[in-house]
Ligand binder design. Structure first.
Ligand SMILES: N[C@@H](CCC(=O)N[C@@H](CS)C(=O)NCC(=O)O)C(=O)O
Length: 209
């Protein structure tokens, strides 16, 4: 009975991209209604569709969901990408929040004033190389399993793979600077379904409609 989810956002990555990735990885087809002019956003605000007058908004299962994390939580739960118990879920949340922290830095980089760009890029590179990627690499190495949590694909893997694309886009050398040749990129290529996900969803296509 339920139709495809409908995604309301701008024609760009922004805060909606992780939702697109999660749906694609779950094998869910969706529709997009792009906000192309201020009046489109005004219309959504005026008809009461946006609880906090903000997007992303996703129409799914008879709801109009806002707040990126709430939307991701719902999709991950519905499509069994959120662990098998509370402990797995706690780990998935922890890893997902780490991904989000670095992801936000990268997402905001293009908005950085020109005079601050070099310093910002240096900071992102430093955090990527010395903090975030080694942390995920350590998790994968510590249990020797194919996925971050429970040896089963979860939203944490999907968020990480998405992040790896952004890191690579921003700094193609980033993975080479990792202390180990078994870095998270090579891990992810084997394990969290990078090929599968990228086959299902081409970010560039989404960005350009
Ligand atoms: N916490 C919210 C933040 C949403 C947000 O800041 N959305 C921006 C677009 S990326 C927006 O709608 N801005 C318009 C406004 O705040 O009036 C979420 O994660 O969904």
């Amino acid at each position: 009975m339920a139709g495809k989810p409908t995604l309301h956002y701008f024609n760009g990555r922004g805060r909606m991209e992780c939702i697109r990735w999660l749906l694609a990885a779950a094998g869910v087809e969706f529709e997009e209604k792009f906000i192309e002019k201020p009046e489109d956003l005004d219309k959504l605000k005026n008809d009461g569709s946006l609880m906090f007058q903000q997007v992303p908004m996703v129409e799914i299962d008879g709801m109009k969901l806002v707040q990126t994390r709430a939307i991701l939580n719902y999709i991950a739960t519905k499509y069994n990408l959120y662990g098998k118990d509370m402990k797995e879920r706690a780990l998935i949340d922890m890893y997902s929040e780490g991904v989000a922290d670095l992801g936000e830095m990268i997402m905001h980089f293009p908005l950085c004033p020109p005079a601050e760009k070099d310093a910002k890029l240096t900071l992102i590179r430093e955090k990527t190389t010395n903090r975030y990627l080694p942390a995920f690499e350590n998790v994968l190495k510590s249990h020797g399993q194919d996925y971050l949590v429970g040896n089963k694909l979860s939203r944490a893997d999907i968020h990480l793979v998405e992040l790896l694309y952004y890191v690579e886009e921003l700094d193609p050398q980033a993975f080479g600077q990792l202390p180990s040749a078994e870095g998270p990129k090579s891990q992810s290529q084997q394990s969290p379904g990078r090929e599968e996900i990228s086959a299902a969803w081409q970010p560039e296509e989404a960005s350009h409609g």
